[in-house]
Design a protein around this ligand. Structure first.
Ligand code: NAD
Length: 347
């Protein structure tokens, strides 16, 4: 079972991860005055009972349930949850367990990092995207005023426990959404992982690749925990346009579907600027088009949101463009005309 001490906390992925979490609770539960489990309605219904049945040492705990979806990553819900935690007996010596997809772990991380100036936190990712991406690397976030991840922290946790059997109840659209980030990791890593991902024909075939896909992110974030060098910026591949598209849709389209479109578009831009070989760009677009057979009808507001991206410096639009499988990224400004050309090609 892949296990690793990471800068942001011990990370475990595999069929024994639930048992590993229970062993952790056996040792540490008595240190905590109270435990709250943050989850969303879908995970509560489809997966929580299954997970809880494997946690003999959890003891008494309270469940805080939020509505599913990106709109829950908001300041209003955050302040309601601070109060709910207080009303459920949480204090500075309590533990928050975030059990859900990236929305729950992003929000839960921010909640734990700010409640009474910070309490201990465990992450149990339950979506594909959560397991290979959102739960790894310590970034917490909420969206504000329509801007994705505008407020957030880098936070350490007591542990990240990814237990793949929980994916049995994940809806097909969410597999596709998570698959976009998997494709990004595989392209960044190159080599065997990129070759293997190009061969995948069904979601079940992703499962054996999960450890390598998640480890690809673990290695990048551990090399650059606070995104101070270009190493971690590589993870922004596909995200400059992906986030702008997600914001422009106002939450109606999944994160991964927007990232798939962002990867497609940014490969065109990289090619146009001479940073990416056409054959590599085409391979990436062919793989994306195989899984996303219909392109998104992009709203006109994409451009406006592009200018609000956190990576921009002095009002200029900065991209992390693909340089080739396993060849990292090129961080560069992109003229508005080149972005427009890529958008026209996508339509
Ligand atoms: N912190 C980071 O480094 C990082 C990285 C990538 C993405 N993210 C964030 O992650 C979020 C997207 O994550 P996501 O795609 O997991 O979205 P999500 O949390 O909304 O989960 C997707 C859907 O799947 C459901 N679901 C999750 N697990 C389930 C299960 N086992 N069974 C049944 N239903 C299940 C959820 O209820 C939800 O409806 C975005 O907000 C994005 O910004 C964060």
């Amino acid at each position: 079972m892949p296990q690793r001490e990471t800068y942001f906390g011990p990370w475990t992925l595999g069929d024994e991860a639930l048992e590993a979490l229970d062993q952790w609770l056996e040792v540490h539960r008595s240190n905590y005055t109270q435990v709250c489990i943050l989850t969303d309605e879908n995970v509560h219904e489809a997966a929580l009972p299954h997970v809880l049945s494997g946690l003999a040492h959890l003891g008494e705990s309270a469940v805080l349930e939020i509505p599913p979806g990106e709109s829950s990553k908001c300041p209003e819900l955050l302040s309601q949850l601070w109060i709910a935690m207080l009303e459920n007996g949480m204090d500075r010596h309590s533990l928050l367990v975030s059990m859900g997809g990236g929305v729950v772990t992003d929000l839960g991380g921010f909640l734990a990092d700010t409640f009474m100036r910070g309490i201990d936190h465990i992450l149990v990712p339950t979506s594909l995207l959560g397991m290979v991406d959102a739960s790894i690397g310590g970034k917490t976030a909420i969206d504000v005023g329509g801007y994705k991840n505008l407020a957030g922290t880098f936070a350490q946790s007591e542990g990240i426990f990814a237990w793949p059997p929980v994916l049995n109840s994940l809806p097909e659209a969410e597999w596709r959404s998570g698959w976009a980030e998997c494709i990004k990791h595989a392209f960044l890593q190159g080599g065997d992982l990129w070759d293997a991902c190009q061969q995948v024909q069904s979601y079940a075939e992703i499962l054996p690749l999960l450890p390598a896909l998640a480890m690809a992110k673990v290695e990048v974030v551990d090399a650059d925990p606070f995104e101070l060098t270009d190493a971690r910026k590589a993870l922004n591949l596909g995200h400059t346009l992906g986030h702008a598209i997600e914001s422009a849709f106002g939450g109606g389209v999944s994160h991964g579907d927007c990232i798939a479109a962002g990867l497609w578009l940014e490969s065109c831009i990289a090619e146009d600027l001479g940073h990416l070989k056409p054959s590599h760009g085409q391979a990436l677009r062919t793989l994306i088009d195989r899984w996303w057979t219909i392109h998104l009808p992009l709203p006109a507001e994409v451009n406006a949101y592009l200018h609000g991206d956190k990576k921009n410096q002095s009002g200029k639009i900065r991209f992390a463009l693909p340089a080739g499988p396993g060849q990292g990224i090129v961080l560069t400004e992109v003229p508005a005309g080149i972005v427009k050309k890529a958008l026209a090609k996508y339509v």
